[in-house]
Design a protein around this ligand. Structure first.
Ligand SMILES: Cc1cc2nc3c(=O)[nH]c(=O)nc-3n(C[C@H](O)[C@H](O)[C@H](O)COP(=O)(O)OP(=O)(O)OC[C@H]3O[C@@H](n4cnc5c(N)ncnc54)[C@H](O)[C@@H]3O)c2cc1C
Length: 329
């Protein structure tokens, strides 16, 4: 089915927006993309421009990780843009071209045959080609209280939740660029920001480290790891253990922000596609997997740099490879 062939929908889903029953096959799609982050939406743009109908499945909000980024200042050609505006622009570009975005989570799939079978909570979808661009998610601390108090003071997104802590004391855990950026962001509104890092120096770029050290309301706790986040119904304190044999300390805070990195969620593909030890797709620059018609793009695959520019590049490559594959069918 070529672009414009949405009238092939067996049940008129695209036109009516009606949600089919679980297990019902909607139609045969040309290309289904898993994930509406920068990689997935770019794949949609390139897939459509190559002449194919593209459906994107998104379990959350479009934009992926970028949607929770305060400002993007390293994407070539755009001096500065908020993550939200970047996401909206990417989404508008893809949908204006004709991408179909379904806000559904991919639950399971069988990618081995010529017809790729995908299952979401709302129904079954079949596709001729699949591009997996499901990105990566924030890593968790794994300490006591984290799970219980998530959404009640524990947050993984300073940009999204920082405003709730105006004038309050908060902690942020991490030592990379994200943690440093978030600490600066939070310090604009919070009375004090406790930056907790397990090592004796940060991993983030020097310019961010200098900015953090200059801020009077950022208190740095080197060589410390959270043992627990405490509070009955909301966060009241963070308990830190020393990694170098010093004393533990309890810091009263209203919020704990976790910024210790991201990890892929590729478990559901492990029997069908090769994964690295870290769980990333073990696939190179051509985004091509050992399964014909299946491609991966963006943060979910092994790569030296996980950024928007590399994710969008992957999306373009993956869609071009998928179109080449479909051209030969
Ligand atoms: C706080 C923060 C700040 C950043 N700042 C910058 C920056 O300034 N510049 C820069 O270049 N990069 C930045 N990055 C990195 C950049 O955002 C990522 O490299 C980029 O978003 C990766 O794109 P992606 O499409 O591969 O994955 P993601 O952005 O992770 O998108 C994947 C999408 O797939 C969806 N998904 C996952 N599983 C399923 C499923 N089963 N079914 C349906 N949908 C699914 C997710 O909900 C998500 O929307 C930042 C990241 C973070 C977290």
């Amino acid at each position: 089915m070529r672009l414009g062939g949405l009238n092939n929908c067996l049940f008129g889903f695209a036109e009516t927006g009606a949600i089919p029953e679980k297990g019902m096959v909607i139609n045969m799609k040309d290309i289904v993309v898993i994930g509406a982050g920068p990689a997935g939406l770019t794949a949609a743009i390139y897939g459509i421009r190559a002449g194919y109908q593209v459906t994107v499945l998104e379990e959350n909000i479009y934009g992926g990780q970028v949607a929770s980024t305060p400002t993007v200042e390293n994407y070539p050609g755009i001096e500065s843009i908020t993550g939200v505006d970047f996401s909206i622009s990417l989404y508008n570009q893809a949908t204006a071209l004709g991408a179909e975005i379904l806000f559904e989570k991919l639950e399971s799939c069988d990618l081995k045959g010529e017809v790729k079978k995908l299952q979401t909570a709302n129904g079954a979808i079949e596709a001729r080609a699949v591009i997996i661009a499901n990105g990566a998610k924030r890593a968790k601390l794994g300490c006591e209280g984290e799970e219980r108090l998530t959404g009640r003071g524990v947050s993984y997104c300073a940009t999204c939740d920082g405003a709730f802590y105006k004038g309050k004391e908060v902690a942020i855990v991490g030592g990379g660029n994200t943690a440093l950026e978030d600490a600066l962001f939070l310090s604009n509104n919070c009375s004090a920001v406790h930056l907790v890092h397990r090592r004796d120096q940060f991993r983030g770029v020097p310019i961010l480290q200098e900015s953090v050290k200059k801020r009077e309301n950022i208190v740095i706790h080197y060589n410390a790891v959270p043992r627990a986040i405490t509070g009955e119904n909301a966060v009241e304190a963070i308990v830190l253990d020393s990694t170098v044999g010093g004393e533990s300390e309890t810091i009263p805070v209203s919020g704990v922000f976790v910024a210790i990195g991201t990890k892929p969620e590729n478990e559901r593909y492990k029997d069908q596609l090769p994964l690295t030890d870290g769980g990333y797709f073990d696939v190179g620059e051509d985004c091509t997997t050992p399964l014909p018609g299946v491609y991966v793009a963006g943060d979910s695959r092994r790569k030296p740099l996980r950024q928007i520019v590399t994710a969008t590049a992957d999306g373009a490559v993956a869609a071009t490879m998928a179109a080449g594959y479909l051209n030969q069918q």
